[in-house]
Design a protein around this ligand. Sequence first.
Ligand code: FAD
Ligand code: UQ1
Length: 450
Amino acid sequence: MAPLAAVVPSPHTRLLACFLRLGTQQGGPLQLHTGASCAAKSHYEVLVLGGGSGGVTMAARMKRRVGAENVAIVESSERHFYQPIWTLVGAGAKQLSSSGRPTASVVPSGVEWVKARVAELNPDKNCIHTDNGKEISYKYLIVALGIQLDYEKIKGLPEGFAYPKIGSNYSVRTVEKTWKALQDFKEGNAIFTFPNTPVKCAGAPQKIMYLSEAYFRKTGKRSKANIIFNTSLGTIFGVKKYADALQKIIQERNITVNYKQNLIEVRADKQEAVFENLDKPGETQVISYEMLHVTPPMSPPDVLKTSPLADAAGWVDVDKETLQHKKYPNVFGIGDCTNLPTSKTAAAVAAQSGILDRTISMIMKHRTPTRKYDGYTSCPLVTSYNRVILAEFDYNAQPLETFPFDQSKERLSMYLMKADMMPFLYWNMLLRGYWGGPAFLRKLFHLGMS
Ligand code: FAD
Ligand code: UQ1
């Protein structure tokens, strides 16, 4: 086990830090109040909360900055999952086992893995509490707790998953049920839902629909399937260029899209789904299904919602360019748990990790962060078993494409990138802190075009 870095600040440094904090309310690095501390036995220079995509990536980068023995990750799960591949697992194109590895194998060597859940955050004292009674203090905190799945907000779930004909690619427990429902499909409605909350990978709820449509075609069942996308949103996708391409596909493949329809109840014993009409309060519709794919409502993790780090909606309240917390300058956020106004994806985490690494390095040197996150995010829209539209865009919902061709076209090359290259890049580059997104490739490919 790596030795704990017992650098609890002395009363002298605490007093000095307190003085510096009180004396510099105008902003800038001197506002750091890294001196305040609880009486924790464990202290780390950098404490990372959450061992998912953002947490492991930042731990790897922070190890290079301050040394492994000064970094810890708090994560309770024994397995780390590459969630983006679940779209293909739900469609039977990949095995679930390929998506997970032991957490122990992705925590950077020498970094302390605290196997527990974060139960309470106390940023005024620079400390956190775990569910197994540990208190840990830090100098710098990186919050990477992801987004919470709220299946129970739909009446009849999660217990409804015990019945057949229903699945959800969003959870490791239910993703294989999607593939089972697809195989068992005989005749009737195949319904795909999108909830009335922010979600991670906003393209995933419709990717499985296109794959299902392709599967029905392949197996001769297409004429027996009525494919319905019931979405709480008012548009198919937030970026016009890709929305136009998707609309064409929807028309060509005879898919029905109903907007402002929110799933509120599943009667799994009767194979019925109940939707509320968001434009007409009180109006509901019951639709029977032969297959149902549920994208659950999502929200910030409970531990954040009630913490001083949260904005009014419960997300970690960070500066959208530097990822530094707006009130606690020694606290930073990355990924799905933040209020960064971009689409929540691993691709966004990659781009954010490079920026955050630089931000923290500048803060550590008492300098002002200079590099700015532009909101880069990407969604490989899988439209069949060998085609992908690669959506990439920024904070302004403007396309920010890497490759020197029209990415709104369905392409085999982009499918191969999504299915085979991305997992390799994820496990070997991103999680090791060597992949900060494709900006450099974009610049390279577009050199001759500007
Ligand atoms: P996560 O990777 O979810 O990690 C959060 C971690 O925090 C978890 O390990 C969790 O166990 C831990 N945690 C939570 N609460 C606590 C607590 N109280 N204490 C301790 N630990 C805690 N992204 C793409 O870029 N491209 C795609 O094609 C794509 N497709 C997707 C398809 C599906 C079906 C899904 C589900 C996701 C997809 N994503 C995709 C999204 C991507 O997986 C996430 O955006 C990414 O994993 C976010 O990283 P994160 O670190 O913010 O959260
Ligand atoms: C990406 O960087 C990334 O993070 C590792 C993903 O997550 C799985 C992606 O899906 C995509 C598309 C990117 C962007 C990378 C390139 C090469 C366009």
